[in-house]
Design a protein around this ligand. Structure first.
Ligand SMILES: [Zn+2]
Length: 78
């Protein structure tokens, strides 16, 4: 089941980045996810299904209270 990821959201990952940070900001959401580490600023990229498996928590996204689906996902077209 795809997670409701949107560009600009912060996610906490199960596995820490080598720098010690575990919060990433989504830069691009498509078949691949690109995100930047909030701690060191470096970028990571991986297939969305792999990325979703590694997410521990979506910060700033209301996943538990609102069933509202008005959010649109940005989809890269290249
Ligand atoms: Zn980092």
């Amino acid at each position: 089941m795809p997670l409701p990821l949107s560009v600009g959201e912060k996610v906490k990952m199960k596995k820490k980045h080598p720098c010690g940070g575990d919060v990433f900001t989504l830069q691009r959401v498509g078949a691949d996810i690109r995100a930047s580490c909030d701690t060191c600023g470096s970028h990571i990229r991986m297939p969305r299904r792999d990325f979703e498996k590694r997410i521990k928590k979506i910060e700033g996204a209301e996943v538990d209270s609102s069933p509202d689906r008005g959010k649109e996902l940005e989809k890269g077209a290249d």
